[in-house]
Design a protein around this ligand. Sequence first.
Ligand SMILES: Nc1ncnc2c1ncn2[C@@H]1O[C@H](COP(=O)(O)OP(=O)(O)OP(=O)(O)O)[C@@H](O)[C@H]1O
Ligand SMILES: [Mg+2]
Length: 499
Amino acid sequence: MDAKKEIEVLVRAKYPILYITSWEERRVEQAVRDVALGLNRQMHTWSVTQGMQPAVRRASGPVKASSLPGELEALAQIHESAEFTVFLLKDFHPYMKDTRVVRLLRDLAARLRGKAQTLILLSPQLTLPTELEKDVTVLEYPLPERDDIETQLTDVITAMVDTPSVDMSLTDELRESIVRSAQGLTADEIESALARSLVEERKLTVDKIIEEKKQIVRKTGMLEFYPSSSSMKDVGGHDLLKDWLEKRSKSFTDAARDFGIPYPKGILIIGVQGCGKSLVAKAVSSAYGLPMLKMDVGRIFGSLVGQSEQNMRRAISIAESLSPCILWIDELEKGFAGMNGGVSDSGTTARVFSTFLTWMQEKTKPVFLIATGNNVAQLPPELMRKGRFDEIFFVDLPDTKEREEIFSIHLKKRKRDPKKFKIGELASITDGFSGAEIEQLVVGALNAAFFQDREVTFKDIKFEADNQVPLSRMMSEDIAELREWARLRARPSATYGEG
Ligand SMILES: Nc1ncnc2c1ncn2[C@@H]1O[C@H](COP(=O)(O)OP(=O)(O)OP(=O)(O)O)[C@@H](O)[C@H]1O
Ligand SMILES: [Mg+2]
């Protein structure tokens, strides 16, 4: 049911107090006004700066000056008002801590019940004392949906179409992508983004809308917009993982929904250091053409008790409002460390973690989660249960053929022709090297050659390889343990995996 309709039903059904959460005062006020008008009710709005507008003529007499604090006066006026009214109180949440306010609201609930009088609290956050839980009906006013955005865009075009200095023509494709990318913004934000686009570009563009979204993400501090810097072509090996991802690249479209495919939930990538876990995560964003958000789990844990859970919920809701998108949590185990060890932080980690798990299980919005990590001992087992991730992949050291590919990728990246470097031989002498280490061999060789004012050769890379011990040799026990863990729980990312 759409939110305006729901307000109308609740007002008509004489619910005494509604609590609407939304950032969009203007839009909600307009909706409430429409509802009031349609039901032939008077409407009064209140805010701390404006007071009651228009002032209420009390049933017991005319408006009189009051010595009460504003918020109490407002409630007193509602108490004494006549029927067939709707009151909209803006940003009333700070006063909900006051016991007198809470008591008055409870009295009001009893008084208004069954009467054609409704009190609506509107604020961006939900602050509801336990005492009021049974008296107040909470509803969340959703951000503009597709149709609303379409209408808004059409209005802008109609208003501006005759302005000679701007080009208001839109291809169907551009129109569609503007509407899609504007989802998750408030009506005011959409208006600003469109206006900004017209001022700066003299036409409507998607870029400015994306800019606006970046703003929102920046303000939160827990999430970061991650530019899609690498593509799947930059990833050597991992054929099974790449294939799995590619097969789902169309699963975020409407056509996939019609076909009966649910949104992919996400994957967990576990594996040996420097073997491309983070690289794959970054490449997914460009492969899917979706924006990517990176979550900083460390920052979720605020300093105040109880704040961490709220932070997590907020981060989740921002990610959802930006959907379809990719949410990347790097080094997952660091964020949720201590979950197994029972480190005492009065259960905050556990609660935040459970908020997160519940969301993973129940999320319906297309937020594709990519979690990466390499210390499985610290990962809570609940995370691995079926239904949380679509798949758990294990990323091992590259085998000979994969190493060839990785050499080739990093040589090409530095504008060298791999054919001139005997990469077959390089691959065979670099058993145990990770992708990151192979990249370092190439970079090291380039540096050495450049220092001697000559072009880099096969020999330079071989020299680097001969003089370096790969990390995996020192960590063979850890890697063996990791493989054993993965053998039972994860899917290999590549066909060969070893050697
Ligand atoms: N399979 C690969 N193909 C191409 N390059 C690779 C590959 N693996 C690693 N690299 C190179 O090494 C760099 C570091 O790898 P990445 O950060 O993805 O490793 P990781 O698995 O996330 O390691 P960590 O566990 O330390 O976080 C990459 O940016 C890339 O340049
Ligand atoms: Mg990494």
